[in-house]
Design a protein around this ligand. Structure first.
Ligand code: GLV
Length: 323
């Protein structure tokens, strides 16, 4: 008998094609995720799960799925999964790194340009029939070229931002818990700075750190106090890295100029004060949402799960110590 796998919500069909030959698939083929209770019921007797960032994969879930060998997340981030609990139970967790780097960096750069040049605000203005004449100071925003991009977290996506900034004649500074080598800094055209300098000197600050205890609310009141009044904040990493209430204060008080957010503290809920502001571009967690990239993320997750189920090493373990 083939091992059982739970696919927790709708995926691109190519993923199912990969899983079909190796597993008995329990497919919750819906755009709505399962509740914690239903997830626990659905994982009973399964050896694998293909899950998404909306699924909270905690110790209770793992105990319901007492046969679980692999938890395969269709995302690069894995803050929805309790990794220590998986380690204790010897369950391998996998993710989908690399494939979404450029797609997400494209969106981060787009948010940066949109916020600086007031694209969504201008679109709303025009559609509302408020455009009566050309005016010298109408919808004037901030230049990108010649300005400083600060990258908070120089992982793959942060590096992707640095590459894009090169094409826009920007100076690029960064801060990361792990400093790049001098050779990498020279190759990528980035300057290392301390944390406060990053916030003080950036005209554009783009966040690319993972969410963990050290980065939760890493950008809040104290950081906004350091930032320039013309600064634009961009977040495509995880919502809770930014204190949304402090961001609303900073935008309302003109402490920073504008922001572009793809991720939120309590998705899909958005802080109402942010919704009320003109100087922010808001999109619904679509950083990696190109057809090609989302398809590849699904097939990668299926390949990771299929590898474990057939006794092979998965290509993308996040806790390889359990293998
Ligand atoms: C998306 O947010 C991801 O982590 O892949």
């Amino acid at each position: 008998m083939k091992p059982g796998i739970l696919v927790s919500r709708h995926v691109f069909p190519e993923a199912i094609d990969i899983l079909q030959p190796v597993a008995e698939i329990h497919y919750h083929d819906s755009s709505t995720g399962l509740s914690a209770e239903d997830l626990q019921a659905a994982v009973v007797g399964k050896e694998a799960v293909v899950c998404q960032l909306t699924d909270k994969i905690d110790a209770a879930f793992m105990d319901s799925g007492s046969d679980l060998k692999v938890i395969s997340n269709v995302a690069v981030g894995f803050d929805n999964i309790d990794i220590p609990a998986a380690n204790e139970r010897g369950i391998v967790v996998t993710n989908t790194p690399g494939v979404l780097t450029d797609t997400t960096a494209d969106l981060a750069f787009t948010l940066m340009v949109s916020a600086a040049r007031r694209i969504s605000e201008a679109d709303r203005f025009l559609r509302a029939g408020r455009w009566e004449q050309w005016e010298i100071d109408m919808m004037t925003g901030h230049d990108i070229h010649g300005h400083t991009l600060g990258i908070f977290g120089l992982g793959r996506i942060g590096q992707g931002m640095a590459r894009r900034a090169g094409g826009f004649d920007m100076r690029v500074i960064y801060h990361d818990a792990m400093r790049a080598t001098p050779e990498q800094e020279a190759e990528w055209g980035v300057e290392n700075v301390d944390r406060d300098t990053l916030f003080r000197e950036s005209d554009f600050l783009s966040i690319h750190v993972p969410l963990n205890d050290a980065t939760r609310h890493a950008v809040g009141k104290d950081e906004f106090a350091l930032m320039k009044p013309n600064a634009v904040l961009v977040n495509t990493s995880r919502g809770p890295v930014v204190d949304e209430k402090a961001l609303a204060d900073a935008l309302e008080q003109g402490q920073i100029a504008s922001a572009g957010l793809d991720v939120f503290e309590e998705e899909p809920i958005v802080e109402p004060r942010l919704l009320a502001l003109e100087n922010i571009v808001l999109v619904p967690h679509i950083g990696s949402a190109s057809i090609k990239t989302r398809t590849r993320m699904c097939t990668m997750a299926a390949e990771n799960a299929a590898a474990v189920l057939t006794g092979q090493r998965p290509p993308n373990p996040v806790n390889p110590e359990v293998l």
